[in-house]
Ligand binder design. Structure first.
Ligand code: AMP
Length: 582
């Protein structure tokens, strides 16, 4: 029997898991890691890189590197790489394809089916786009499930007593809050809320701003004006943020951050070195970090009150608070959970992996490998129509258990009217324009009748994936009436098919490039090892020795961005020699 995998397609990292011997386990990628960075890049030569190799060369190649694409899912955003415009689905498909091929390598067999997770607060377009990305990567997407629901599936399995659980899921780019009732294998989602534009990236950005301003004041150079310097600063800030989760103070050291050709006034100075200090050496303590990000954590509370109100609960009604997503490792978030719910949050599960594990559990349920588990999910946003006066009429209220459907009867406003326009929306605002437009539907082929005599029932369905489907029926003739959907963010069947074909072509090309890929992996591992050596020897080794290693790392990252295998091998070997000296 073919295997089905669970995939947490994260903003920053993605995770794949599957059921083996009745237990869900995370599958390591080709680089031997549990987490695959959700990063895509192209080298100057047009070779595609995905995962940690892509992330490693990001600083040297920021223009051709795509990060946090999840933030744009379901929109008509296009990102241009090497002159080709990619949709968010296509970039996500590159990531999913790598995951598919890594799992296949691990299993030694093809994997076709997958359950993919999305933030509970994702709207229809964002879910559709995720499903499309899965299809483009060659998956049969069995189900799209909510991340916090997946987390509870991983956590609540085998738990007998009924419990009301609240999940805070703070990842790299999104925040979700869900309230669930668990017991006897039944997982009932009571309410969801969230913010699709709040995540660890925002904490990083604060640190970037803080350090850039400091450097500007001290050295008159705006690091944010130089793409490469900014990318290095972003990476260093993210690292410092992580360290501050378990240390009270951390150091940020970025040698040669100021390009040599910059004059003191900040402009390019014709390539001569000004001889000034070009290193960023800073230190920050947890208290300062928490002070400059204090307002961000407060943003978790609004959606939390909303979800509690929707579930008709107060904080006392919550038996357990579960923290999911890498950003919940920040002590300030843990303290906020404690203060808000008056209990210690549950943090036994690895917050990076729990969603992927839950997705694998759901895949196991759908494949019949796991029994006695029923998942009852809800729709995060109300579904409705634009009515007279540009108002929004709710047809399916938010937090309705899915799958669900509701119908509405339409009639003709004019004599012999054969076409009718219907605008479908998702959201909670009263004015139609303030909600998300899912598409304009045109009812066609209505039989010509006097005004008010036609009766067409339009049925709006939300399927188990939270995806909206619309159908229409003429009640006189019981014939299906034509519907034309016009949703700009969706791709046509042809476009999806074309992408699948392209994907397959790339897969072949990728196979051919296996040797190059392995050279990249070796380089990537060498960089990781070198960064570790620097971290561990900061205090012990001489600065010049570590500086040499830093420079060799930068050279190797540049080579990765260029994509010339011979040079990558050469620089990997140079870095290895330097490390051997240490
Ligand atoms: P996720 O989308 O769940 O993989 O979460 C990724 C986010 O978690 C990124 O913004 C990371 O920087 C952040 N993160 C991971 N580990 C830590 C940590 N120890 N402290 C603070 N943030 C972290």
């Amino acid at each position: 029997m073919t295997k089905a995998i669970g995939i947490d397609l994260g903003t920053t990292y993605s995770v794949a898991a599957l059921i083996e011997d009745g237990r869900a386990k995370v599958i390591k990628n080709a680089e031997g890691q549990n987490l695959t960075p959700s990063v895509f890049a192209e080298t100057v030569r047009g070779h595609k890189l995905v995962g940690s190799v892509a992330r490693r060369q990001a600083a040297a190649n920021p223009e051709k590197t795509v990060v946090s694409i999840k933030r744009h899912m379901g929109t008509d955003y296009r990102v241009s790489v090497n002159g080709r415009a990619y949709s968010p689905q296509e970039i996500s498909a590159f990531i999913l394809r790598k995951i598919k091929s890594d799992v296949e390598k691990y299993l030694g067999e093809q994997v076709e089916k997958a359950v993919i997770t999305v933030p509970a607060y994702f709207n229809d377009g964002q879910r559709q786009a995720t499903k499309e990305a899965g299809m483009m990567a060659g998956f049969d997407v069995m189900r799209i499930i909510n991340e916090p629901t997946a987390a509870s599936l991983a956590y609540g399995l085998n738990r007998e007593e009924i419990q009301t659980i609240l999940v805070w899921d703070l990842g790299g780019g999104t925040f979700d809050v869900s309230i669930l009732e668990l017991g006897d294998g039944l997982f009932q989602v009571k309410a969801v809320s969230g913010n699709t534009r709040l995540g660890g990236d925002d904490w990083d950005e604060r640190l970037v701003d803080y350090l850039a301003e400091k450097f500007m004041n001290e050295h008159g150079f705006d690091m944010k004006s130089d793409k490469m310097a900014l990318q290095r600063l972003k990476e260093a800030s993210e690292k410092a943020k992580r360290e501050l989760s378990y240390k009270l103070r951390t150091k940020i050291s970025l040698p040669f951050i100021k390009p040599a050709c910059y004059s003191a006034k900040g402009g390019r100075a014709g390539g001569t070195h000004s001889g000034e200090l070009s290193n960023l050496e800073a230190s920050i303590d947890r208290e300062t970090f928490e002070a400059i990000t204090a307002d961000l954590k407060e943003k978790l509370l609004g959606p939390t009150w909303q979800a509690l109100a929707d579930a008709k609960l107060t904080t006392e009604g919550i038996d357990r608070v579960v923290l999911v997503g890498g950003s919940t490792r920040m002590p300030s978030i843990r303290r906020l959970a404690e203060k808000t719910f008056h209990k210690n949050p549950y943090i036994k599960i690895n917050p990076d992996e729990v969603v992927g594990i839950g997705a694998a559990v759901q895949a196991g349920v759908l494949m019949g490998e796991i029994n006695d588990v029923v998942l009852v999910d809800v729709t995060p946003l109300s579904l409705g129509l634009e009515t007279q006066g540009s108002l929004f009429a709710r047809i399916i209220p938010r937090n309705s258990t899915i799958p669900t459907s509701a119908g509405q009867i339409f009639t003709n406003a004019e004599n012999d009217q054969t076409v009718m326009d219907i605008h479908v929306l998702q959201g909670e605002r009263e004015a139609a324009a303030d909600n998300i437009s899912l598409g304009k539907f045109q009812l066609t082929d209505i039989p010509p009748l006097p005004r008010g005599k036609a009766q067409v029932e339009v049925t709006f369905k939300i399927d188990v994936n939270g995806i909206v489907k619309v159908s229409a029926q003429d009640l006189h003739t019981e014939e299906q009436t034509g519907i034309r959907i016009d949703a700009s963010h969706l791709l046509s069947d042809d476009q999806v098919e074309q992408a699948v074909r392209e994907a397959e072509a790339h897969a072949e090309e990728d196979m051919k490039r296996r040797e190059e890929v392995e050279i990249n992996i070796q380089a990537d591992n060498m960089i990781r090892a070198a960064e570790l050596v620097i971290e561990e020897n900061e205090e012990k080794q001489s600065l010049s020795c570590l500086g040499e290693i830093e420079r060799a790392i930068l050279n190797l990252k540049e080579a990765l961005a260029e994509g010339e295998s011979g040079v990558i091998e050469e620089r990997t070997s140079e870095l290895r020699k330097l490390l051997e000296k240490v």
